[in-house]
Design a protein around this ligand. Structure first.
Ligand code: NZQ
Ligand code: ZN
Length: 394
């Protein structure tokens, strides 16, 4: 195993009606002027925004609201939020929503700490952030894990670039997680979320070199648990226990717990998906499901022990002397079967897109631009590999 730093400073307040505690938590983290940031209609329709505002009022906290964050959140909305926050002397960001809203809030928070600089420079890797205003969240979808992660993903809607910036200073101060809030999700969003959660652990699992037995066991347990409850929610979206299991898994899958002792992870599937998100605006988790089987078949021979272990311990493939190759491929096939059972695609056609070869090459070039010319641990991918995988995933 490799050495590691594990830093997960977010206070998690988990359970029914926990959103009532939001005012107290804002005070605890020194906030007095709050920008309440949210997405489209869902948090308004459910009455959550009103309940949050009441909780802030009860603590006598100043607040302004900014909605309209879209999935694959736009840089334009970030700029709008920065202006609004400056006008109102905001000192803390409250994200009410999912990964898109939390990431938009993190981007605003970075910008407020360095008001003279363009925040997009961070995403273009032109500089490192020197600071970040505090962010807290009321989570409404279990998926991205941004509520405890160090990551922030923004799409420049003018250029079609979807780019991430990772820094521990952006890890949220607190996350309010009431599983009931996720019960209004459409099935497709629930299952895309479950896919993303699994992928955050799988990106850390399919690696070369260092591995830790404890980390592997945690990762495998997390994956089996998410698979079990993803199927339950597909049939019964109101099951509180299932919602709770998935919600907690979402945070643990992306707060680095399942990466301790490895080499930092693979994350090539995320690279491949981010280009689909930037060019076709697909739902992140579904986009991951559409590329993962092709990625897996392309790389598994280079990372055979991990694929065999995954097949046996996560996908339940029995070792009956059929050989490593057959075991690994059966694990991948069973994952595809699982995706289908929960309504996820296993290729781009099923995802509803059909990129031309020119678009595939443009995505590969953009992916290489975003990742410095290569990406991956299970197998290090270069431009030609990325093109090959996109073509396989058609
Ligand atoms: O906008 P509203 O109306 O709220 O609708 C949202 C949105 O359409 C809806 N939704 C959320 N909570 C709901 C609800 N609908 C009904 N009831 C509720 N309780 O769900 C849709 C998706 O929301 P979004 O925030 O986009 O989902 P998610 O959490 O999957 O976030 C996706 C974004 O996060 C990025 C993705 O790339 C994508 O841009 N990621 C961020 C990461 C991070 N910061 O750590 C890591 C991930 O790998 C990922 O890349
Ligand atoms: Zn993800």
């Amino acid at each position: 195993m490799f050495g590691f730093t594990y830093y997960t400073p977010t206070k998690v307040v988990f359970g029914r009606e926990t959103e009532k505690e939001v005012g107290r938590l804002i005070r605890e983290y020194g906030g007095s002027r709050v920008l309440v940031h949210y997405g489209g209609a869902s948090a308004l329709k459910s009455g959550l925004i009103d309940r949050v505002k009441q909780a802030l009022d009860a603590e006598g906290l100043f607040h302004v609201e900014l909605g309209g964050v879209v999935p694959n959140p736009h840089l334009g909305k970030v700029y709008e939020g920065i202006e609004l926050a400056k006008e109102n002397k905001i000192d803390i960001l409250l994200a009410v929503g999912g990964g898109s809203v939390i990431d938009s809030s993190k981007a605003i928070a970075y910008a407020l700490a360095e008001p003279e600089k363009d925040v997009w420079e961070l995403f273009k890797k032109k500089r490192k952030a020197a600071g970040c205003f505090p962010v807290g969240s009321v989570l409404t979808i279990s998926a991205a894990g941004s509520e405890t992660s160090n990551s922030c993903v923004i799409t420049n809607e003018k250029t079609g670039e979807k780019r991430s910036y990772n820094d521990n200073i952006a890890r949220p101060r607190f996350a309010i997680m009431n599983p009931e809030l996720t019960m209004t999700l459409p099935d497709y969003q629930t299952e895309s979320g479950c896919t993303d959660i699994m992928m955050h652990t799988m990106e850390r699992y399919f690696t070369q070199g260092g591995n830790m037995e404890l980390t592997d066991e945690i990762a495998e347990g997390l994956l089996r648990t998410v698979m079990k409850y993803a199927e339950i929610l597909h049939k019964d979206p109101k099951d509180y226990e299932a919602r709770a299991e998935i919600m907690w898994a979402g945070s643990l899958a992306h707060n680095d717990l399942t990466g301790c002792g490895n080499d930092g992870g693979d994350f090539a599937s995320h690279m491949l998906e981010h280009e689909l998100g930037g060019m076709f605006d697909v739902t992140h988790g579904a986009g991951l499901a559409a590329v993962w089987p092709s990625w897996a078949r392309y790389v598994y021979k280079d990372c055979m022990p991990r694929f065999v272990r995954f097949a046996e311990k996560v996908m339940g493939v029995a070792n009956e002397g059929q050989g490593d190759d057959a075991i690994a491929l059966e694990g991948i096939r069973r994952m595809e079967e699982f995706y289908h059972r929960i309504g996820m695609p296993v290729n781009m056609r099923e995802l509803g897109i059909n990129p031309t070869d020119d678009q595939i090459i443009a995505m590969a070039d953009s992916a290489m631009d975003a990742s410095g010319g290569k990406k991956g641990s299970a197998k290090v991918l270069h431009r030609e590999d990325v093109i090959n995988i996109y073509r396989m995933a058609l």
